[in-house]
Design a protein around this ligand. Structure first.
Ligand SMILES: C[S@@+](CC[C@H](N)C(=O)[O-])C[C@H]1O[C@@H](n2cnc3c(N)ncnc32)[C@H](O)[C@@H]1O
Length: 384
């Protein structure tokens, strides 16, 4: 089915919103204000999922996507927007989730801090590998086919150089069952997981706000290094007190600065490799007041008696915090919470419970850690 629609705005998840014949139309790779002819690919209840067949009148914020893989590669879905329009769409997505899902009436003013680099910023990636078809890159949009990518314009130059090295490697050197490769860069090179041929799971380091973090490709590390200082500054604000919890703590991005502000810190992290690096990073910094627990956060809450805590920072994966974790936080009832999130809908779902139990939003800030994509990092500071 072909329809002509006008795109009203960009929704959380990155699709353009339009209406036609009483139905809601989700338009992929759209710009707000586009008048487009779309091809309906799928229907689910009252919602039609569509792709653009022809742009009749382009939005004033539409630009020509510079990447030759745009539209096929599933990686970047915002290249059709000016960078200012990407930031505006991300603010609107956060606002929409806070209003619709968290049911917030009075949303404090906030901004989405731009990334200093909107191209060549990514220091972490997962490259998909199809050894039968001999392709290396990212999944195609909406599929598990690998889009063969020679040059990825959002990778930092050192990762792009490694992509070229991996692509130049003889296929017989790849482990037969290798389907994807985690890569991360640091100040002293690039680390790969799993290791193969000449590509090692090297230990790397990066300094942020005077703290040195060691990590490798087996542990989570943030994608965009250029905003990590401001992200930490805002998430920690002027919090202080005796004790703090850092939940989903990774290699300790927030644990180290928290250890300088509080007398006692407990960090909880589920990935054993990240736990090892977090302990090592604290030790190298001479910080002895933090304990890193290797556990799932929900399990840890189940097995640990409730104690006094002055501040909780949580930075869960995209799925948000488990409901038992939110319950555990509410039982502890800390005076201050900072929720760091890479997914506005799950953030809003969890905020609704916290706000419903009496917490108030003190401040919100977005951080554009992921230019050219619809993803956005959000930090919400709450007070009891
Ligand atoms: C978004 S990352 C944040 C890491 C860290 N705060 C940072 O900024 O570098 C989420 C972290 O949670 C960990 N994780 C995921 N699910 C978990 C769970 N259920 N319990 C504990 N840790 C978990 C991941 O291994 C990852 O390190």
């Amino acid at each position: 089915m072909v329809l002509e629609v006008e795109v009203e705005r960009i929704l959380p998840g990155g699709m353009g919103l339009a209406h036609a014949g009483g139905k809601t139309v989700f338009v992929a790779l759209a710009a707000p204000g586009d008048r487009v002819r779309v091809n309906v690919e799928r229907e689910q209840g009252n919602v039609l999922f569509a792709s653009i067949q022809e742009i009749i009148t382009p939005s004033p914020v539409r630009i020509e996507p510079p990447c030759p893989y745009f539209g096929r590669c599933g990686g970047c879905d915002f290249q059709q927007l000016t960078y200012e329009a990407q930031l505006a769409a991300k603010s609107e997505m956060i606002r929409d989730c806070l209003h619709r899902i968290a049911r917030l009436e009075n949303i404090p003013e906030f901004v989405v801090t731009p990334s200093p680099d909107d191209w060549r910023y990514r220091m972490r990636a997962m490259w998909q590998i199809d050894q039968d078809k001999r392709t290396i890159g990212y999944y195609e949009r909406g599929s598990r086919r690998v889009c063969d990518v020679v040059d990825c314009a959002v990778l930092r130059p050192e990762l792009q150089a490694k992509l070229e090295e991996v692509r130049a490697t003889e296929w017989h050197q790849f482990p037969p069952d290798l389907k994807h490769l985690d890569v991360v860069a640091g100040e002293n090179g690039v680390s790969f997981a799993p290791a193969f041929a000449n590509f090692e799971t090297r230990e790397l380091s990066l300094s942020v706000r005077g703290e040195v973090y060691h990590y490798n490709a087996e542990a989570f590390f943030q994608i965009n290094p250029s905003l990590l200082g401001p992200l930490i500054d805002f998430a920690l604000g002027d919090v202080s007190g005796e004790s703090a919890l850092d939940l989903y703590s990774g290699v300790g991005l927030f644990t180290l600065p928290l250890s300088r502000k509080f007398k006692k810190i407990v960090a909880v992290e589920g990935n054993p490799s990240a736990v090892g690096f977090a302990r090592r990073n604290l030790q190298d910094a001479g910080l002895t007041n933090a304990r890193v627990i290797a556990a799932g956060v929900a399990d840890w809450f189940r097995s640990t008696p409730v104690r006094d805590v002055d501040f909780i920072l949580l930075d869960p994966p995209r799925a948000g915090a488990e409901s038992s974790v939110i319950k555990g936080i509410l039982d502890l009832h800390p005076p201050q919470i900072s929720y760091v999130s890479c997914d506005p809908p799950t953030l809003a779902r969890d905020l609704r419970k916290l706000i419903g139990s009496g917490y108030q939003i003190g401040a919100i800030m977005g951080f554009d850690l992921f230019p050219q994509t619809h993803h956005v990092e959000t930090v919400v500071r709450l007070t009891a």
